[in-house]
Write a protein that binds this ligand. Structure first.
Ligand code: NAD
Ligand code: WQD
Length: 349
């Protein structure tokens, strides 16, 4: 019996595969590699010393998804596969609705057909929009402000309705806050491809010399130092949360939603400061205008996951910066080693 990991070659998926294999789960990975490289999964094998099936499948194609269920004895699914760039979702909304929702509907439909009715779903803190005051609890009113966030809200609703219609269906919805960092080996990490949208990969590309400076988006928010505050969570803590979610599914009916965050908020300037301290590398930055759509503050109340999943984030912000830098400095171009751009020498990790 295996756990099917969709989107398993991606950032969160690849780290979760390591955690699953180390906990002796059998896995099958499917991905269309639209935002990832097969190399990440080769490295998962290197880290764990285990091999596992990897199949190129686009989840929008139901027949290909069904072939996987014909071929393998699947016991549960962790569904990571989705497009996730907020800005792109505004300009290519149809692509986002098609990719994220048709993929979900296909996997659920095939699961139902094969009586595999346990799923862990990747949602996001983005579903809270600008509604609640942090720390955010799961019952905070939701309201996404972009098509990407809407796909997550719609997906959550589909899973809730499915469990309500049939008690055999068990689902866990995980609302991730801001995943950062890399596996402690430095062999796998975040490889955004192109200009990073998110703070940590941008910051580490500045550190490695690929970008001249970081733009800090706004310094006039009502926060501790005027810059945006977020709940950064180490990717291996997040990965561990998925194993806990699978264990929870074995004994609990219905659809359950959990925040996965640390409960602590750090500002952009604090992130720069800690990164510099941990790595010894100066990060040039400039304060620029706010980024459209950003909110001042967003951090989790993680108590529900602590209580019911028996999960807690244990790694510190220094761990996140150290591990990000180990990955970035030993893989300056992510999984593409051929680039000729000049980089700084690694230090501090
Ligand atoms: P990622 O882009 O690194 O991984 C997603 C993977 O899904 C990629 O490997 C991509 O190739 C694959 N994929 C996309 N569409 C597919 C399709 N139609 N068929 C098959 N494979 C497909 O992203 P990630 O950061 O690992 O995110 C994983 C999940 O977590 C996503 O659902 C994302 O929305 C969610 N999430 C991510 C963050 C974050 O900041 N990284 C935060 C909250 C939620
Ligand atoms: C963090 C802070 C920025 C880049 C996004 C998605 C969300 C989720 C996680 C998927 C903010 C500031 C950033 C930069 C900066 N993804 N910043 N300069 O916006 O909290 O969340 O990723 O579900 O849906 O919206 O993360 O890393 O982009 O930004 O100053 O170059 O860093 O303004 O305060 P965000 P982020």
């Amino acid at each position: 019996m295996a756990v099917l990991v969709t989107g398993g070659a991606g950032y969160i998926g690849s780290h979760t595969c390591v955690e699953l294999l180390e906990k002796d789960y059998e896995i099958v990975v499917i991905d269309n590699f639209s935002n990832s490289q097969p190399e990440s999964l080769k490295r998962v094998s290197e880290i764990t010393g285990k091999i596992f099936p990897v199949i190129e499948v686009d989840l929008r194609n139901r027949e290909d998804v069904e072939d996987i269920f014909k071929q393998f004895n699947i016991q549960a699914v962790i569904h990571f596969a989705a497009l996730k760039a907020v800005g792109e979702s505004v300009t290519k909304s149809l692509l986002y609705y098609q990719n994220n929702l048709i993929s979900l509907l296909n996997i659920l439909d095939v699961m139902d057909q094969y009586s595999v009715q346990q799923i862990v779903f990747s949602s996001s803190a983005t579903v809270y929009g600008d509604n609640g005051r942090s720390p955010l609890k799961e019952e905070t009113h939701t309201g996404a402000v972009n098509p990407y966030g809407q796909t997550k809200l719609m997906a959550e609703k589909i899973l809730e309705d499915l469990s309500a219609s049939n008690r055999e269906w068990k689902s866990v919805i995980l609302r991730y806050f801001n995943p950062v960092g890399a596996h402690e080996s430095g062999k796998i990490g975040e490889d955004p491809g192109g200009v990073p949208n998110n703070l940590m990969p941008y910051l580490s590309q500045v550190a490695v010399g690929q970008r001249t400076h970081l733009s800090v988006f706004g310094c006039d928010y009502p926060t501790k130092d005027g810059t945006g505050v977020r709940d950064y969570i180490h990717i291996m803590d997040l990965a561990a949360g998925h194993v806990k979610a699978l264990q929870f599914l074995e004994n609990n009916e219905g659809c359950h939603t959990f925040n996965l965050g640390t409960g602590k908020g750090y500002s952009v300037l604090e992130m720069i400061h800690v990164f510099q301290q941990v790595t010894g590398i100066p990060i040039p930055y400039q304060i620029v205008d706010r980024r459209a759509g950003d909110i001042a503050e967003c951090f989790a109340n993680p108590k529900k996951a602590e209580k019911h999943l028996e999960w807690k984030a244990v790694r510190t912000l220094s761990d996140m910066c150290r591990d990000t830098w180990r990955w970035q400095s030993s893989n300056p171009f992510g999984y593409h080693p051929q680039s000729k751009m000049k980089t700084k020498k690694a230090s501090g990790a």
